[in-house]
Design a protein around this ligand. Structure first.
Ligand SMILES: [Zn+2]
Ligand SMILES: [Zn+2]
Length: 111
């Protein structure tokens, strides 16, 4: 099925800026069941979203992918077994031994 969407120029109702509601965006909106053209330019929309996002717990359809699963934060630690400097994917606390990866393998294989 051929797309019948065409780029449209809309005026932001917040700041009055003209912005393009592209055919692709229209298709995207329609695919999500949104029949209204956006009333705000992209920058006002994201500003508004950022404002609303801080005190609202609702996760939008496009909010899910922003979860931080890209990279774990690594923390420097000293291996409790061999004393080598190492990095661990959690914050080392004094109450638990921390092992470098080699020692961790060893310790784990004991159990
Ligand atoms: Zn605007
Ligand atoms: Zn070690």
């Amino acid at each position: 099925m051929l797309s019948s969407y065409q780029d449209r120029v809309l005026t932001c109702k917040d700041c009055g800026t003209q912005f393009v509601f592209t055919a692709g965006e229209q298709e995207f909106y329609a695919s999500r069941g949104l029949m209204h053209a956006p009333g705000r330019c992209p920058s006002c929309r994201s500003a508004r979203k950022a404002r609303l996002g801080s005190d609202s717990q609702s996760v939008g359809a496009d909010g899910g992918y922003r979860r931080e699963r890209s990279q774990r934060e690594m923390h420097p630690a000293v291996c409790s077994n061999c004393g080598k400097d190492t990095l661990v994917p959690f914050l080392p606390r004094g109450d638990k031994p921390v092992y470098c990866s080699a020692c961790f393998e060893q310790v784990r294989s004991y159990r």
